[in-house]
Design a protein around this ligand. Structure first.
Ligand code: OAD
Length: 246
């Protein structure tokens, strides 16, 4: 087999769980205590902006907690990217996460397809800016000063994810597609594995538990264990998937 030169990853909330960030669909996850239609849709924001802003303000505040830091899985991906690109390989990390842990770990070629907590944008002129504190409905755009308030730079349900064309192009060119810590329930991200397979890539799932049946290889356990183990072995033997994959 030739080397796996072009590698695309899709990460979800599970990779950040051991950094202290709640997942969405666990029994004690975010969606157990907050209704999606009340905090994560354009309609919710139009109806009750304060409630929506409060939900994302809490998440943004959590990122300032010194206990919340990149874990061994985030760091392993950044290290692997550096090694692969130094050898001329292509690495794309697509994340559904809106935390900043992949960036803080040092990942470079990163697509935050569902947006980022520490960013806001102006719905009137599209200007984006870094935002680390609470966002209020009185905060206006510094560029156009339109009366429409700034909003979280988050892709809500019913909106189109960011850089979808770039995501799909990367997935279609992958030799290996790895899904990490995502339940695979939210499209279009959930469709990437089928796209990768139809384009001839090997596919693998690293997760706490099985999510679906369409991966070629699977490795189950906490992300801080399985992700470093998988990518260290791949770095040493770039022509095949680690032998401990099922
Ligand atoms: P989910 O909460 O749906 O799924 C998290 C996945 O991580 C599950 O499959 C868990 O088994 C797994 N998991 C939990 N802890 C883990 C650990 N320590 N190590 C490895 N895996 C672990 O989160 P996502 O799939 O990311 O979108 O959710 C996708 C999207 O749905 C989110 O981006 C968000 C949400 O609604 C929007 O808000 C638009």
């Amino acid at each position: 087999m030739t080397a796996l030169n072009s590698i695309v990853l899709l990460t979800g909330a599970g990779i950040s769980a051991e950094s202290g960030i709640q997942t969405f669909r666990a029994s004690d996850g975010l969606w157990a205590n907050h209704a999606i239609e009340e905090v994560a849709t354009p309609d919710a924001y139009a109806r009750n902006p304060a409630k929506v802003l409060d939900f994302y303000n809490q998440r943004r505040t959590q990122l300032q907690d010194p206990q919340v830091a990149p874990n061994a899985a985030h760091l392993a991906l950044a290290k692997f990217e550096q090694a692969l690109t130094a050898q001329g390989g292509r690495f794309t990390l697509i994340t559904q996460n809106v935390d900043n842990l992949h960036r803080r770990a040092g990942s470079q070629n990163l697509i935050a397809m569902h947006g980022e907590l520490q960013s806001v944008f102006c719905p009137a002129c599209g200007h984006r800016q870094t935002w680390v504190h609470d966002l209020n409905s009185t905060d206006l755009c510094p560029v156009c000063a339109e009366s429409a308030p700034l909003r979280p730079d988050i892709v809500w349900f019913g909106e189109i994810p960011y850089q979808l064309d770039a995501c799909q192009a990367a997935v279609e060119q992958a030799d290996l597609f790895v899904s990490i810590g995502t339940s695979g329930q939210v499209y279009p991200a959930a469709g990437f594995v089928a796209l990768a397979k139809s384009a001839g890539a090997l596919t693998a799932e690293l997760n706490l538990e099985p999510t679906r049946k369409d991966f070629d290889f699977c490795l189950y356990g906490p992300a801080t264990q399985v992700v470093p183990a998988f990518f260290e072995q791949l770095m040493n033997q770039p022509t095949q998937l680690p032998s401990f994959c099922q």
